[in-house]
Design a binder for this molecule. Structure first.
Ligand SMILES: Cc1cc2nc3c(=O)[nH]c(=O)nc-3n(C[C@H](O)[C@H](O)[C@H](O)COP(=O)(O)O)c2cc1C
Ligand code: SF4
Ligand code: SF4
Length: 436
């Protein structure tokens, strides 16, 4: 079995799966339940001066039968007193000395930061996470994403924290920023030990068309909230990659955003994450999901001959680069397996109306008859010479493995946009013909 133990900037945990700061990490009771279920760490619900929450607080994007494809909240930080939170952290650490407990903090002044950093260490926390990401409520009070969106301010506050810190400090970054790398660099410059990302993305999930008030509904009004869950994973992966690829950041990364399966976890690790934090999937399915995540990740590493997470970490980072580095002469085309095709024609319509008009509906006689297809009904056939290999038909096709994107020899050597421009400028090449 592959080794899943984790040492994240000096914070040790039996596996890389941490409960993210949020409702599932609000109390000692939940932390005990999380560790019993198999989580390696818990990032406590953000501690600060007690706040007052509103009802209601959550809304979701449901896509057909898929509930909570995206999740939105207008909840603030912990509504429990710092005394209670620090006392419970100490209790949890006592019972689970080998698991990671991280105190998430959000306060305002330098003195306040010093005080809360010291209290976290005194409670026995293994590390501190600075919540520079909350995009609602707290930012109106000059905290949360108001700090994370301003690298100069973030640098100053991380500096204050480092003055008092005796345990590792993780800076949790907001995605509500044009380029997250600037905030990550600021964290590094100020001496942070690690970064975590992403916090939630500003959102309004829907408008009730009877009341004309979006959810979550609060006495006839609503507010923009923080978006998370499966829908944000692509954004999180991109931001994790940006930080992992930037030599000036060079900090361990805790990946967060839409993680719910071992596959999600493996993708984050491949793009540079060392630990994985989960909030929405726990709110949806409970702490038990960690069992499948740990087993699945371990089995995947085994199947690839990898002995530990370190063997996977960052392996996909160099496979992503600027568009100008891609090979313009690489060609792939769509091929349809007519034995699997159910004749829904979604691919035909997609290519006809949304792509390059190169799927024809042809006489089915020479082709296999897929499940449920009516004899005599035309079948879709790709005109490969005109196919630009965009993937659209394979994405819309409801049958797995029915449309395969297949590489074909373009007969031309690899050439990037940069090389193309260089050759045009040198006069060694004519402009490529435009598509008819
Ligand atoms: C209801 C709710 C409350 C949250 N509260 C906090 C918080 O107090 N501190 C914090 O740093 N992040 C908080 N988050 C953000 C999560 O820790 C996490 O960054 C985000 O939800 C993305 O991960 P996910 O897609 O697994 O939910 C909260 C998220 C939700 C859904
Ligand atoms: S890959 Fe794109 S261009 Fe080619 S057949 Fe499919 S939809 Fe049409
Ligand atoms: S989308 Fe797939 S199943 Fe439907 S007609 Fe096209 S190839 Fe067949």
């Amino acid at each position: 079995m592959a080794d899943l133990t984790s040492d994240f900037a000096g914070i040790k945990s039996p596996n890389p799966f941490w409960v993210a700061s949020g409702p599932p990490s609000n109390t000692a009771h939940q932390a005990h339940r999380a560790f019993e279920a198999g989580w390696g760490g818990v990032v406590w619900k953000t501690i600060g001066d007690p706040i007052v929450n509103v009802a209601s607080r959550y809304s979701a994007l449901n896509l057909g039968p898929v509930r909570m494809a995206g999740f939105n909240n207008i909840e603030l930080i912990s509504d429990r007193s710092p005394e209670t939170n620090f006392r419970e952290i100490a209790e949890v650490k006592k019972r689970w000395p080998h698991h990671a407990v991280i105190a998430s903090l959000m306060v305002d002044t330098r003195d306040h930061w010093h005080e809360f950093v010291r209290r976290s260490a005194d409670a026995g926390a293994d590390g501190i996470e600075l919540n520079f990401g909350c995009p609602h409520g707290m930012c109106e009070r000059g905290m949360g994403s108001a700090v994370g969106q301003n690298p100069e301010v973030a640098e100053i506050i991380v500096g204050w924290v480092m003055e008092a810190a005796t345990i590792p400090v993780i800076v949790k970054l907001t995605p509500n920023i044009t380029n997250v790398v600037h905030a990550a660099r600021a964290a590094r410059k100020a001496g942070a030990n690690a970064i975590s990302l992403i916090n939630t993305i500003n959102s309004i999930t829907n408008v009730n068309l009877d009341t004309l008030v979006p959810e979550p509904f609060v006495a006839g009004r609503s507010s923009h909230g923080g978006y998370c869950g499966p829908a944000v994973k692509p954004i999180a992966l991109n931001m994790v990659h940006s930080c992992a690829a930037d030599p000036q950041v060079n900090l361990p990364i805790s990946g967060i955003g839409g993680i719910g399966t071992w596959r999600d976890a493996a993708e984050f690790v491949a793009l540079g994450a060392s630990t994985l934090q989960v909030c929405t999937a726990i709110m949806h399915y409970g702490f038990r999901i960690v069992e499948d995540m740990a087993d699945g990740l371990s089995a995947y590493l085994d199947s690839k001959g990898m002995r530990s997470l370190a063997d996977l970490r960052g392996r996909a980072v160099d496979h992503v680069g600027d568009w100008k580095t891609l090979d313009l002469n690489y060609k792939r085309v769509a091929r349809i397996d007519h034995e699997k095709c159910i004749g829904c024609n979604l691919c035909y319509i997609a290519c006809e109306d949304g792509a390059h008009q190169c799927i024809d509906l042809v006489d089915s006689t020479p082709y296999g008859l897929g499940p449920g297809r009516v004899p005599g009904k035309p079948v879709p056939l790709v005109r490969e010479s005109d196919c630009v290999g965009c993937n659209l038909c394979s994405i819309v096709c409801p049958v797995d493995g029915c449309i395969t994107m297949t590489p074909v020899d373009s007969g031309k050597p690899p050439m990037t946009w940069e090389q193309y421009q260089g050759r045009l400028a040198a006069g060694t090449m004519h402009p490529l013909p435009a598509h008819p």
